[in-house]
Each structure stands twice: as C-alpha cells, then as structure tokens.
Ligand binder design. Sequence first.
Ligand code: NAP
Length: 243
Amino acid sequence: MVTGASRGIGAATAQLAAHNGYAVCINYHRNQAAADAVVQRIEDAGGTAIAVAADVACEPDVVRLFEVVDRELGTLTALVNNAGILAPQMRVDEMDGDRLARIFATNISGCFLCAREAVRRMSTRYGGAGGAIVNVSSRAARLGSPGEYVDYAASKGAVDTLTIGLAREVATEGIRVNAVRPGVIYTDIHASGGEPERVERVKQNVPMQRGGHAHEVAHAILWLLSDEAAYSTGTFIDVTGGT
Ligand code: NAP
C-alpha cells in the first residue's frame, strides 16, 4: 500500500515496488486520471496494481481502503505512508485554524490511521505474519521551514516521533517502522505552497547543488521495506543531497 501514489514520490515508489514484485495499491485523493495512469504503467510493465480513492484524513475512508486491499490483493505486507500536503507559504502569525486542522489531519492523523490498520493486519499479536512500514517525513522536520510552512514542518516532526514510538511498540511483533526524510524533490507539491519553481530557488543551498528526483527517494523507501534492512527499525534515511 502506497498512500498518495497518483503523483510524485508516491507514484515513483509504487512503480519501483511493482518492479520489485509487489502487488501495489495506488491510493489517491481526487486525481483519478493520474492514479489510473500509474496503474496502467505498472500493468504495461507486467506488474499488478489497483487504484483506490480515499482521503487518509478520513477514518471511514482509511478503513475502507485497507478492506479493499484485503479483498483484492490479499495479505498486507508493506505500507508506505506517503500522502502529505502543503498550504501556501506564510508566517505562523498569519495561519488560521482551518489550515492547521487540514495539515495536521492529513499529514499526522493520516499516518496514524493507516499505521493502525497496517499493524492490525501485520502484527503477530493479531495473528499476522509481520511486515514493514515506511513513513515519508521531510528534512523540514529538522529545519522548521520558517516563513514558509512551520505547520507542515511540525507535522513532519510528529511523523518522526510516530516512527520512533511505533517502531519500539511493535519491534517484537514482526513489524519494522522506518522513515525517509526527503529534501527538495521535483514534484507538484511546491505548487500548492504557491511556488512551483521552489526547487530552482533553493537548490543553491543544497551541497550537491541540485534538486532530487522522486525515484531517488523511492529507492531508499524500497530498501527500508526490503529484507536487506532486516535489523533496521525506528531509523531514518535523509535523501537530501547533503543538507
Ligand atoms: P505531490 O506530488 O503533491 O503528490 C501528493 C500525493 O498525495 C498525490 O498522490 C495526492 O493525490 C495525494 N494526497 C494528497 N492529499 C491526500 C489525502 N488527503 N488522502 C490521500 N492522498 C492524498 O507530493 P510529493 O511531493 O510527491 O510528496 C509526497 C510526500 O513526500 C509527502 O508526504 C511530502 O510531504 C513528502 N515530501 C516531499 C518533498 C518534496 O520536495 N517534494 C520533500 C520532503 C517531503 P491526488 O493526486 O489525488 O491529489
């Protein structure tokens, strides 16, 4: 299961997962055409995928999403908590409550709800066979994103803490929980912050002097999901070009 897999990092992760042999659920929110295109690309390459619309911030949607996977793809083995949103750049003293509620519900509660559903299926405590969860956090969790979106950065701080806490909670139940922290990656998300070309502006501050690509994040995610990472849990891979 890859949440927010119709575009950007989620789409690249879903395609790499399918290439590596996973049957993949492409979760998306509203952009059905983009989700269907990802499914098509996977099927054209000989893989298996389904697209399922669900708002990760909405508990009944999340419950239904995982039930569809149970029915159509079988036993859940891996969850990538990738769906995440930004709002237009502004200072904290300009933010209203609706914005904060939307960011926190999607970026924090969405990860918690999907993790809950995954644990209920994968934990040996529930008769499951184990599995792996990778949360998509952000380098912003450590930098705070002043003047742009401290709310988003704080939501990713919560994702980091979820990663550590849940990893320790289920460490003896066959489930590993890790996270990746991307830096500035070429995707659509910057447009929702009001600056589609943000990567071009900030890349001078990146030691590698370039933005990252979604597939470069996907490779780190797939490694953390794989048995090659069998002794890693509660840990992080920064995919940032050195920041
Ligand atoms: P993106 O290109 O904007 O794509 C966002 C994806 O999330 C889309 O598939 C979208 O579905 C889905 N989505 C949005 N709200 C959702 C909801 N409520 N329920 C389910 N799906 C939802 O984003 P991205 O840049 O690939 O970001 C992916 C993750 O990486 C996010 O968690 C983001 O915070 C993190 N990240 C990104 C960067 C970066 O520079 N790009 C850096 C650090 C961290 P629709 O297509 O249906 O709208």
